[in-house]
Design a protein around this ligand. Sequence first.
Ligand SMILES: CCCCCCC/C=C/C(=O)SCCNC(=O)CCNC(=O)[C@H](O)C(C)(C)COP(=O)(O)OP(=O)(O)OC[C@H]1O[C@@H](n2cnc3c(N)ncnc32)[C@H](O)[C@@H]1OP(=O)(O)O
Ligand SMILES: NC(=O)C1=CN([C@@H]2O[C@H](COP(=O)(O)OP(=O)(O)OC[C@H]3O[C@@H](n4cnc5c(N)ncnc54)[C@H](OP(=O)(O)O)[C@@H]3O)[C@@H](O)[C@H]2O)C=CC1
Length: 256
Amino acid sequence: MFQANVFDQKVALVTGGGSGIGYAIAEQLLRAGARVFIAGRKEEKLKKAQESLSQLGQCAYQVCDIRDSEQIGQLVAFIKETAGRLDILVNNAGGQFPSLAEDMAEKGWNAVINNNLNGTWYMTQAMAKAFFIPQKQGTILNIIVNIYRGVPGMAHTGAARAGVDNLTKTLAVEWSKYNIRVNAVAPGIIQSSGLENYPPEMLDGLAETIPMKRLGTTDEVAWLCAFLVSPFAAYITGETMYVDGGQRLFGQQFQL
Ligand SMILES: CCCCCCC/C=C/C(=O)SCCNC(=O)CCNC(=O)[C@H](O)C(C)(C)COP(=O)(O)OP(=O)(O)OC[C@H]1O[C@@H](n2cnc3c(N)ncnc32)[C@H](O)[C@@H]1OP(=O)(O)O
Ligand SMILES: NC(=O)C1=CN([C@@H]2O[C@H](COP(=O)(O)OP(=O)(O)OC[C@H]3O[C@@H](n4cnc5c(N)ncnc54)[C@H](OP(=O)(O)O)[C@@H]3O)[C@@H](O)[C@H]2O)C=CC1
């Protein structure tokens, strides 16, 4: 999408870069010249992704659970040792499970809040303190979900992602003095590995509930992400952009 040198000398970290949307984001950044680190919980997945992404440029992986501060500290050390700096953080790692609000166990609620809100925060604060604030420069991009009309059928993730949406605005203001931009992207329903976590019957007829009558692709999300972390978006901060084929404005989101 960009010329090959847009991210020359830039170092990026994509959490959840071993699959789906995160992989597509890593691919776009590499194609435009960035050096890219990917992180996730499953080594086998990361290794396979890194092998294929390395055909496009410098790519390394590290196992890191975004909920674990010790592992985040090890990731900071790894990036410092191997690249010496970080310019771009894409908080893409996340997930949840469908459940009616009244059926949700306390443990399940906490697991989803911890993964999507706390994990994103731990990673953001650690990378800002280690790199962006001392460098007086950095770009953070948070991947959330379509929260425009709430998230019926997944109240836990709606609450967690709305927290990240608001954090995006707050940090954009607080950290503008360090020349750090903070934005978010809210994908609609995207044809990616992530959808394998949902029963196929939940996906039946879903395209009809979207004005564009189709699901999005991982590239269509990644193109927007690459733009938002690029110098072409230098004056955009505190913004959440939807890439959803108009879904947020139209029709029924979930069969409840
Ligand atoms: C309409 C169609 C779908 C539209 C999609 C909308 C757009 C969004 C799409 C995406 O986000 S795609 C990405 C999808 N990827 C995932 O969702 C990842 C899947 N899940 C996980 O990563 C993990 O399960 C978790 C949610 C982060 C939780 O992991 P953790 O290891 O912390 O907890 P667990 O020990 O697994 O579970 C704790 C607790 O949570 C409850 N629970 C977990 N899974 C389910 C489930 N499938 N159904 C019901 N409840 C669940 C449960 O209470 C667990 O405790 P125990 O009962 O196991 O003791
Ligand atoms: N696909 C869709 O329709 C939509 C997806 N999204 C969001 O986009 C993001 C990417 O989803 P998608 O690519 O579709 O799905 P995937 O399930 O393929 O991607 C999720 C990634 O996050 C990683 N991950 C999850 N939890 C953790 C954790 N605690 N620590 C580190 N890594 C973690 C996973 O890696 P590993 O298993 O190795 O830990 C995986 O690579 C997610 O936040 C998702 O919720 C938002 C809206 C719609």
